[in-house]
Design a protein around this ligand. Structure first.
Ligand SMILES: [Ca+2]
Length: 465
């Protein structure tokens, strides 16, 4: 397969509502079709329009970065709120219609009302965070819809995960909600992929709140998607949700260069001279590279480290990767020019206007080349240490009959300022999802241990819509 380079420009729109396959591992047993919203009175229509304007503005505001975020859900922990809550007022109802100062950034209420709940009322799922969302209010069951997710990579496996628990103050013994992920057209949904029903622990305790974690796998479609969480519990007390994530199933260990094999403090220099195994799962195998820690530059994934592929001069790093024969793999890497070049190159010398990185995949045993590609990233205007303007590049290779490959990234520019590299991910391109036990193969995905008080039964849903 010829290498395919795709510099991402997200927030894609699906004009024609193309059909696609989405396979979902789910324990879902009930399928509900979401009701359409009722016709709006004229005064409410204006209010809704205002809400949509705010929603759209926020959507644009959170998707200006050129690289894929690690979590495709914006404000998935509901920590970003435009209001503050207190012991005297620990909750805030968010209505279907626009309420000044009371909305959830990057989310929209699509049915009745929901409630933002502060840690003054209940402990959120994640320690030291401030908010979660209750999907019911006095008005009954509510629903929220995410802004556009960063577009999923086609044929890549993603995990949708969230924490939930029953609001313990009353309501039915079993509380339920429905989670839907769907492709989005310009005006309305084109394909609504079903959906997951999660039941809460029927015996939640107030202290501590018994949060549960669930996750589901689905295949990316290459199109913009949205999430919707709808309470299916009648009455004023339903499910609390928190920490919603959609994350690529990255098969590469330490692609963000965050883990070292040695104590960082023992490094006498940020320059890693070859041969060096200081970076876990990587070998610096020629020249030298520079490990920039502690937010020296803005990372592409809100992490601490980025790698300048030039230390004292151009360097290269290599890793070993196990493949499944007859499979195609995609390598995602985030690249940028070193912002310091902008400072030293006032005249815009052409040679320094772009940076070059060579990516090579070879069969480990024979050295046969499966992929070689020169990635070029043009220097952008306005670069600063905290404005790096990362972009994500996608390359693909076919494993053919081989099970072990080497993957090398090499600077192709001279000098002490080379291409910045961060957040490398590798995924296998899949056409179907293989049913797998829940909560396996996710060690690289979850930074926290998951736990669940229920035994769930996985059901593979293959939807050919
Ligand atoms: Ca990093």
């Amino acid at each position: 397969m010829s290498p395919l380079i795709c510099v991402r420009r997200r927030l894609g729109f699906n004009l024609f509502g193309l059909r696609s396959n989405l396979q979902i591992i789910s324990e879902s047993v009930h399928h509900h079709h979401l009701p359409l919203p009722p016709p709006l009175p004229p005064c409410h229509a204006v209010a809704l329009l205002l809400q949509l304007v705010v929603f759209t503005t926020l959507t644009v505001a959170v998707t200006t970065c050129g690289s894929d975020p690690v979590n495709l859900v914006f404000n998935g922990g509901f920590e970003n709120e435009p209001f503050s809550l207190s012991l005297l007022k620990p909750t805030q109802d968010i209505g279907f219609f626009f309420q000044i100062g009371a909305y959830i950034p990057a989310w929209r209420v699509t049915k009745n009302s929901v409630q933002v709940v502060s840690s003054q009322a209940f402990d959120p799922a994640i320690a030291n965070t401030s908010y979660c969302v209750h999907l019911n209010t006095k008005g009954g069951a509510g629903a929220i819809q995410s802004s556009d997710l960063y577009t999923t990579r086609k044929q890549a496996r993603y995990y949708l995960s969230l924490h939930f628990t029953g609001q313990p103050d009353g309501g039915p013994l079993y509380k339920a909600m429905q989670v839907t992920i769907s492709e989005k057209g310009i005006i309305s949904y084109t394909v609504r992929h079903r959906m997951f029903v999660a039941q809460s622990n029927p015996y939640p305790s107030r202290t501590p709140l018994l949060w549960m974690a669930r996750q589901w796998a689905f295949l990316g479609t290459g199109k913009s998607m949205r999430l919707e969480l709808e309470s299916t519990t009648p009455g004023p007390v339903g499910i609390l949700v928190d920490d919603i994530q959609v994350i690529l199933d990255n098969m590469l260990d330490n692609g963000s260069f965050e883990v070292l094999t040695i104590d960082f403090e023992s490094l006498t220099s940020s320059i890693l001279q070859s041969p060096s195994t200081a970076l876990k799962n990587w070998v610096v195998n020629s020249g030298s590279v520079k490990l920039l820690r502690g937010s020296r530059f803005q990372s592409s994934d809100n992490s601490s480290s980025v790698l300048d592929m030039n230390g004292n001069t151009g360097g290269s790093i290599i890793t070993y990767f196990g493949t499944t024969p007859k499979s195609t793999y995609a390598i995602l890497l985030d690249i940028a020019t070193n912002p310091d070049i902008a400072e030293t190159d006032k005249q815009g010398i052409p040679e320094q206007c772009s940076t070059k990185l060579e990516v090579t995949v070879k069969v480990q045993a024979t050295g046969k080349t499966l992929l070689t590609d020169l990635v070029t990233s043009k220097r952008k205007k306005g670069l600063q240490s905290n404005v790096v303007k990362w972009e994500t590049v996608e390359l693909r290779f076919d494993a053919e009959t081989y099970t072990n490959v080497t993957i090398q990234f090499a600077s192709k520019v001279g000098g002490k300022l080379g291409p910045l590299l961060d957040n490398i991910a590798i995924f296998q391109q899949l056409t179907t999802l293989v049913s797998e036990p829940n909560n396996t193969a996710m060690s690289s995905f979850h930074r926290r241990p998951l736990w669940c008080t229920h035994a769930w039964i996985g059901v593979l849903l293959v939807l050919n819509l």
